[in-house]
Structure formats: C-alpha cells, structure tokens
Design a protein around this ligand. Structure first.
Ligand code: MSP
Length: 471
C-alpha cells in the first residue's frame, strides 16, 4: 500500500504581488512533493491565499475596491505563479472560500471552544503582522518587521488558553515528536516558550473586522485571521466536509514556512491542535530569508526580485536550481544576478548541459544501459544512496552537490576513454554513460522537472537538444 504524505506552504497574504520569497517556499514544498511522489508516496500538496483581516480590508479600501474583487485579482497572480514555477499537482485553498475552507475553521473553533473565554482587552496591535504586540517586541516604539507604530486597540474578544498548552508543546518539540527544523530555530522557540506564554485573543469585534469568518454563535465577533489561516492546513484536506480525505493525510508530514512566521506555527498552531484533540504535524521547516544584492528586498531600494521576469529571462528550471543549489535552506541567502549567471553557466550550461550533449552525440542504436559495467552500476547506486540520504534530511544543496560530483566524475571518464575514437570497449562506455544519465534524470526530477524529462528522452534515443544555452 502507498504511504501518504502531506506537505504544505503557508497561505500567502493577498495584500500584494507575489515576490521571490513566496516563490521560494512554493518551490521548496514542490521539491519535497515531487521527491516523495518519486519515492512512492501518495502526496497531498497544499498552498493558497490568506485573504481575510483588517490589513486586506484596508488595502482594498485604499484602492476603492470591494475586498472580494481585490483578493480575486491577487489570487489570480499567485495561481499564475504556481503554474510558472511548474508546481506539481496541488490544492489551492483560499480562506474566502465558504465551501472548502469555512466549515473546517468553524469546526476547529468548536473543537477548541472548551479553551475559549471572553475578556475585555486593551493592547497594541500591528496590522502588518496581524498580531497583538508587547512593548518588548518593539524597536523605538515601532514593529521592526513593518517599521510602523502599532495601534492601540480596546475591545472585548474571545481568548484562547494558550498558556495551558505551552508545556505540552515544548515537550513535543524537545522530543522531536513535533520536529522543528533547523535545530537553531527549535532552540529559539523553546526559549521563547520558557520565557512564558500568555493567552491570546482569537477574535476581533465585527466593527473592527467585518472581513472575516463569523464566530459560531456570536454575531458580534469575527475569527482572528491567524486562527482562520492556520486552520487552512485542516480545511484543505477536508476537515469539516470530507473526513475521509482528512483522516488519510492528517497529521501533516511537513509544513514549510519562512522564519518570520515560526512562532505562529510552532506555538499557537500545535496548542490549537492539542486543544482540539488532533495529532501534531510531524515536521516544521523554517527556512531563512532571501536578500537581494546583499540587502533586504524593498521597493524603495528597487531591489525586489520579481519571480515572473526571472523565470521569463532564464527559464523556470534555472531558477529552481539556483535557489536550492546556492542558498542555504536554513540560513539567509542572497540573490544576485551575477552569482545566478555564474552558477547557471558553470553548473547548468557547462556541467549538466555539456555532459548531456556529449553523451547524446555518442548514443548509438542498440546500446542500452543494461550493458553498463558492474563498477559503474555500483558508482551510480552509491551516488543515489547518498543523494537520498541527504534529501531525506532536507539537505538539498548537498544532495545537488552529490549529483554534480557524478557529473564531473563522468566528464573525466569520457576524457579518458575517448569513446568517439571507436575503441573496442566503446559500446560498454556508452552503456555506462546512459546509466549515468538516466540516474541523473531521476535524481534531478524534483528540482528541474522539465529538463530532467528531456535528459531522460535524450538518453532513450530521442532528439538531441541543447539544454541550457550559455548566457
Ligand atoms: N499569511 C501569512 C501566513 C499564514 S500561514 C497559515 C503570511 N503570508 S505572507 O504572504 O507574508 O508570506 C509569508 C511567507 O512568504 C514566509 O513565511 C516565507 O515563506 C515567504 N517569504 C516572504 N518573504 C520572504 C523572503 N524575503 N525570503 C524568503 N521567504 C520569504 O505570513
């Protein structure tokens, strides 16, 4: 029987156009989804849009649009991004979807209702983060992420007894039952919990937030956007409407998020799940941030990396390759066009592309990979084992490094053997090379799916093609 596997991206805010940071998390989740499918898993891959909240409501008002019209336009762009990134089969969930999403959120609300109580509250709220902040979170009185002063908010809200679950969440993280990666983030979250966790407000008054999901049995309140958004991981599977599919794929195997939303996913989310009596996700990957030309991306600096034009200019596979070969998954990584071109030319054009071209000119009718020598079969097998080991630990850069060592090793072999000189063993040499190409194609498929497919076709005697023309 096939094993099931659920991988998710965060659902992205409908407040602006997609940028390379969003594309990065989607590519990451897609690489995992494709890899697991290749390894025989039945994979459910989810992504989507976070469309409620005061921030979105305000953005829509600013553009004099109805919030519905506003979010529809933005979600179209994110759907296009998935397509252009060549994201494999996935479910795209939108929090404004009353049929697919709302039943799950309302079911979740009811499931945690024994931990909810109403309280008058006065606090500072950052609308950029959609979160109540305390003085200690601020730098010079401003939210450091949005460089804006939070606004004072006073109202009666529903509160969730987060404090009751802090200890259990910490235990699950400590024991890796809920595996937070990398370990530096795990430690960060554990010390955050140790400092003390307070209960959180989980609803907003309807006057302040009309653009949201109604609280069951309380017309005066709307569900807090983060509770709404986090519940997407359940609703997308069918919680509250398709329990069979939900039970098939929950708990999530991997939630992919950026480090900016670690606390929501590593503290609030598991606490809600525990309260609802649901099992915790197995792994949470918090990746680093992408900077551009050494600086934080910003419109004022004019260094925002735009995924659509990058893909159009260099092709989607080159983009997918660069971000996972060059950037450290768990640390911050820099995008620079110079470095992009260097890696493109050295690894893709001169490395992979050149090897495929050389082998394709040697391919003769009647030579099949079955004729490969035991030494080469073993070499390929060893490479695959090492590749899989690294993939299973999400060490993608190293996994790619293993493939490129095989590419270089094979280049050296061709140089030594000179099979074009019609030497006696040339049939075996070509069989060895085919064996290498087919294995490379399999290993690279999660990263550069269409190029990997072309490598396979060429190895099987299909038409020759230049894979990555030099730039
Ligand atoms: N809507 C919330 C998430 C709710 S999930 C239940 C949200 N949305 S967001 O549009 O701001 O997207 C945040 C995510 O985009 C980050 O967690 C990260 O995955 C990605 N990135 C945004 N900017 C990024 C970089 N500069 N670099 C890398 N990824 C970043 O937060």
């Amino acid at each position: 029987m096939k094993k099931n596997f659920f991988v998710s991206t965060p659902i992205y805010y409908s407040s602006g156009n997609p940028h390379i940071g969003h594309a990065y998390t989607t590519m990451l989740a897609d690489i995992i989804a494709r890899y697991k499918r290749e390894r025989g898993f039945d994979v459910f891959f989810s992504t989507g849009m976070d469309e409620h909240g005061t921030k979105i409501q305000r953005y829509a008002e600013k553009e004099e649009k109805d919030p519905r019209e506003f979010v529809d336009e933005i979600s179209e762009k994110f759907i296009r991004l998935c397509k252009e990134l060549n994201a494999s089969e996935h479910r795209f969930i939108r929090t404004t979807d009353k049929e697919e999403h709302w039943p799950g959120v309302q079911k979740m609300w009811k499931a945690i209702s024994h931990d909810l109580y109403k309280k008058k509250y006065k606090g500072l709220y950052c609308f950029g983060c959609e979160v109540f902040v305390s003085e200690k979170d601020l730098v010079d009185g401003k939210c450091p992420a949005h460089d804006k002063e939070p606004e004072e908010v006073e109202e009666e809200n529903w509160f969730f007894r987060l404090s009751n679950y802090a200890e259990r969440v910490a235990k699950a993280i400590e024991r890796d039952d809920f595996h937070v990666l990398p370990s530096s983030r795990k430690n960060e979250i554990l010390s955050f919990i140790k400092e003390g966790v307070e209960d959180i407000s989980v609803s907003r008054s309807v006057e302040k937030l009309s653009w949201g999901i109604p609280v069951p049995d309380d017309d005066t309140q709307r569900i807090y956007v983060w509770v709404d958004a986090l519940s997407n991981y359940l609703s997308v599977l069918g919680y509250g409407r398709d329990e069979e599919n939900f039970n098939k794929f929950w708990p999530a195997d991997v939630h992919c998020v950026g480090k900016d939303i670690l606390r929501f996913h590593a503290v609030i989310w598991p606490a809600m799940l525990l309260s609802a009596g649901l099992p915790l996700p197995k792994t949470l990957i918090a990746h680093g941030y992408i900077t551009s030309e050494g600086k934080k991306m910003s419109k004022t600096l004019g260094n925002v990396v735009e995924p659509f034009s990058l893909i159009e200019k260099y092709g989607v596979d080159a983009v997918r390759y660069f971000f996972f070969a060059e950037l450290p998954l768990f640390g911050d990584g820099d995008f620079s066009e110079r470095r992009f071109k260097e890696r493109y030319n050295s690894d893709l054009a001169d490395g992979l592309g050149n090897l495929v071209l050389r082998v394709s000119s040697l391919i003769k009718n009647g030579v099949a990979e079955e004729g490969a020598s035991p030494e080469w079969r073993e070499k390929v097998q060893e490479t695959e084992n090492s590749f899989y080991e690294k993939m299973d630990e999400f060490r993608f850069g190293e996994a790619l490094g293993v493939v490129w060592s095989l590419i270089h090793h094979t280049d050296g072999y061709i140089e030594r053997e000179k099979p074009w000189e019609k030497r006696e063993n040339s049939k075996e040499v070509v069989a060895n090379l085919l064996c290498v190409l087919l294995s490379i194609s399999d290993m690279l498929a999660p990263f550069i799916p269409s190029s990997a497919e072309k490598v396979r076709r060429i190895a099987e005697g299909g038409e020759k093609e230049v894979l990555f023309p030099k730039i």
